[in-house]
Structure formats: structure tokens, C-alpha cells
Design a protein around this ligand. Structure first.
Ligand code: NAP
Length: 266
């Protein structure tokens, strides 16, 4: 059965990685998908979304730009009649220890990851409140739940996304709006490949990060899309205010090598 039949889903960061996988999955589950991204489009890939959902649309917009986001929501309401679901997957990586981060770099990460999420929610909330119906899924990170060496600015932005999510769940629950957050572990996307997956990144550190995922591998964007689908669907009708780790066990505890001693290292 199509779990999102007849629903309109606005997805930011839809040209790449987790956002694109979510757009494709939602389209295959019957949603009319409206993608938003900085990038022109996902190139040939967006065609897959249109094949699954012929009414799908794609807008070039910057999540830091309130007017641009409001314009996308206005045209979605005009052309599709509603915005039932928002997924905020637009985001950037950046980091370093505080003494080396410039205030400009700090601000840029907060503007895209945290303020961008705030502006996306702000753009859809008036129509959701009017209809007393809506569903928001934000994408934070395991690095919003716990610290990571060198992750200060990114982690602060993602920690902010988690608390923004919980506060929105509290504010809008009685108005029929659920708000939840997915906290991915390290997922093999273009963003991941530009940092941890890059050849310039030390292979032994990459291996250690991989091992912290207790399933012994990095995740796939489709696995985050599946969690976003659960939270956006009626299967999660009594779930709100949750920050759901989808992380192969990354946040389950600290691996120190005892598993290997016990002969359970795979
Ligand atoms: P991705 O492949 O780089 O996709 C993110 C998309 O967002 C890109 O198309 C990017 O465009 C777009 N974007 C960036 N800034 C934007 C802006 N200002 N306005 C509109 N769109 C913008 O990254 P991903 O790995 O799928 O990440 C998606 C989300 O998951 C991010 O919030 C990320 O922090 C989070 N996450 C990822 C991982 C991971 O390991 N991959 C783990 C935890 C959380 P450009 O390519 O032009 O920048």
C-alpha cells in the first residue's frame, strides 16, 4: 500500500544524498513531491522522482532566504493545494576546533543548518495551522546528540535542530501537527564523500568512525529515507518530539575492542 497517497511533501536539500533519497521514496509511496535545493536540480536523477510522481516539482532556492522559501510554499499551495509534509534535509558540513573557526564560518553553518530549518518550518506552519494538520521531519545528526572531536560548529547547529524540533512538537501538537527529527549516523552521500569519504581523509580514522557504527558499516541515504517515511506516515501517528537515531548503533555506547576479544568482531 502507498503510505503517503494523496499527500504533498516539500523536501529541502532534495537534489542530493538524503534529501534526494527521501524525495524518491516519498514519490514511490504516492506523495506529490516538491523538491527545493540550491543546486539547479538533481540532474538526470530528479527524473526518477518525476517518473514515480508525475506531478513532482523542483525549485531552486536557498534555505537561508525566507522570501524564497515562502515563494516555494505559495506556489506549492497554488499548484498542489496543500503542504502536508515538510522534510528539512538541506545542510552543510564544517568543523574544526573553536580557536580556528572564523566567526564567518560559524555563522554560515548556523545559517544553513539551523536558521534554514527554522525558516523552512516557519514557511509551512501558517498553512498547517490553518488546516490543523501537518507533519514536519527535520534532519539533525548523531553529532547533535553527542560531541565529536573537531565538530563544534556543525554539532552546535545540529543540537539546535534537535531542540527546535522538540519545542515545535510541544507548541503545535494540539494543533494536529507532529514534529520529529531523524539523527543519522555517517551516511554515504556526496557530503560524506567530500569529508570523511574523501581520499585525503586519513583511512585509519575513517575506519575507526566506521567501527563506531556497531553494525560495522556506514549507512545508506535510503535508510534515512525509510526512517523519515515512518515518521511522516500514519504509522507514527502517536510519535512527536522524538530525535530518532538512525545510526547503526553509533550512539548505543562506546566500542573499545571487547567485542573483538569475544570473537564477535564479524
Ligand atoms: P548532500 O548530499 O550534500 O545534500 C545536501 C543538499 O542540500 C545538497 O544538494 C546541497 O546543495 C543542499 N544545500 C546546501 N545548502 C543549501 C542551502 N543554503 N539552501 C538549499 N539547499 C542547500 O548532504 P547529505 O549527506 O544528504 O545531508 C543531508 C542532511 O543530512 C544535512 O543536513 C546533513 O547535515 C545531514 N546529515 C548527513 C550525514 C551524512 O553522513 N551524510 C550524517 C548526519 C546528518 P549543494 O550541494 O549545492 O551544497
Amino acid at each position: 500500500m502507498s503510505r503517503l497517497e494523496g499527500q504533498v511533501a516539500l523536501i529541502t536539500g532534495a537534489a542530493s544524498g538524503i534529501g534526494f533519497a527521501t524525495a524518491l521514496r516519498f514519490a514511490r509511496e504516492g506523495a506529490t513531491v516538491v523538491g527545493l535545493d540550491l543546486a539547479e536540480s538533481a540532474g538526470g536523477e530528479w527524473k526518477q522522482v518525476e517518473d514515480a510522481a508525475p506531478a513532482a516539482r523542483f525549485h531552486v532556492a536557498d534555505v537561508r532566504d525566507a522570501d524564497a522559501q515562502n515563494a516555494v510554499v505559495a506556489s506549492t499551495l497554488e499548484e498542489c493545494g496543500a503542504v502536508d509534509i515538510l522534510v528539512t534535509a538541506a545542510g552543510i558540513a564544517n568543523g574544526g576546533p573553536v580557536h580556528l573557526i572564523t566567526p564567518e564560518d560559524w555563522q554560515h553553518v548556523q545559517d544553513v543548518n539551523l536558521k534554514g530549518t527554522f525558516l523552512s518550518a516557519k514557511a509551512v506552519l501558517p498553512t498547517m495551522l490553518e488546516r490543523k494538520r501537518g507533519n514536519i521531519v527535520t534532519i539533525a545528526s548523531v553529532e547533535g546528540i553527542e560531541g565529536a572531536e573537531g565538530g563544534s560548529t556543525y554539532n552546535a547547529s545540529k543540537g539546535g535542530v534537535i531542540l527546535l524540533t522538540k519545542n515545535m512538537a510541544m507548541d503545535y501538537g494540539r494543533m494536529g501537527i507532529r514534529v520529529n527529527c531523524v539523527c543519522p549516523g555517517f551516511i554515504d552521500t556526496p557530503l560524506f564523500r567530500s569529508v570523511v569519504g574523501n581520499d585525503a581523509f586519513p583511512a585509519e580514522v575513517r575506519e575507526r568512525i566506521k567501527t563506531q557504527h556497531k553494525l560495522g558499516r556506514f549507512g545508506k541515504p535510503e535508510e534515512i529515507a525509510g526512517a523519515a517515511l515512518f515518521l511522516a506516515s500514519d504509522d507514527a501517528s502517536f510519535v512527536t518530539g522524538v530525535a530518532l537515531p538512525v545510526d547503526g548503533g553509533f550512539t548505543a555506547g562506546h566500542g573499545v575492542g571487547v567485542v573483538e576479544m569475544m570473537g564477535l568482531g564479524g
